[in-house]
Design a protein around this ligand. Structure first.
Ligand code: SAH
Length: 211
């Protein structure tokens, strides 16, 4: 990433309402191009979602930044991500959290993302090929949970695996209609829900893919 690219990239995030210093710092440390292959890699700094392997997408940088800012990750936090995809979001979270667990139902995406984390020396990310609809009970509870694929409603196993005071950010809604990015905070009793903006993500699907 050239210094010009970096300045432009950060400027564009700020102009879209990303003001949190730690979020901007983490976004600055991770080069999106490292997570993209082929012709699309040249367009890594555009604020657009782009295709990756297995028919999936790397999310739009301003949405990654908004989800990161909303999660408000603290240095001691244990974070769960459902939907590793390219690994870009997990890499950003790894600069803010103590440990990041990231799962994807595509074995190939998990393998490729893990290889990039190894190359970049991001040792606090644990990846797993798994259907994330059920969360990761063996590592629960989590301080923060981020889901980067859209479900109709927040999956109840994920709500159960969140600590009291914990935050979950996820898109909800039917896949080809309107989805809303929401913030869920777990209270002593019940949950608080906040709508952030309309978005478009690939759907959260059940079961594993062979690839
Ligand atoms: N966070 C990613 C974007 C991921 S796209 C990035 O930064 O690039 C959404 C991902 O969710 C896809 O890779 C898809 O395979 C995955 N996914 C969909 N349903 C899933 C499920 N039930 N469990 C785990 N991963 C799932």
């Amino acid at each position: 990433m050239t210094p010009e690219n970096k300045m432009q990239f950060l400027f564009s995030l700020r102009s879209k309402g990303i003001t949190d210093r730690r979020t901007l710092g983490a976004m600055e440390k991770v080069d999106r191009q490292d997570f993209m292959r082929g012709v699309f890699a040249q367009r890594a700094y555009e604020d657009q979602p782009m295709p990756i392997a297995c028919g999936q997408t790397i999310s739009q940088p301003s949405v990654v930044a908004l989800m990161t800012q909303t999660l408000n990750v603290q240095p001691r936090d244990k974070v769960l991500e459902i939907g590793t995809g390219s690994g870009y979001q997990a890499a950003i979270l790894s600069h803010l959290a103590r440990r990041v667990y990231s799962v994807d139902r595509h074995t190939r995406l998990v393998r490729e993302a893990q290889a990039i984390f190894n190359e970049l020396g991001l040792t606090n990310i644990t990846t797993m090929a798994k259907d994330g609809s059920y969360g990761l009970p063996e590592q629960a509870p989590f301080d923060r949970i981020i889901v980067t694929a859209a479900a109709e409603d927040p999956p109840s196993p994920l709500l159960a695996q969140l600590k009291v005071g914990g935050i979950m950010v996820l898109p909800v809604g039917q896949s080809d209609t309107v989805q809303n990015l929401i913030k869920v905070t777990k209270l002593e009793k019940g949950f608080d829900y906040e709508e952030l903006k309309s978005v478009r993500f690939v759907p959260l699907l059940e079961g594993m893919e062979r690839e």
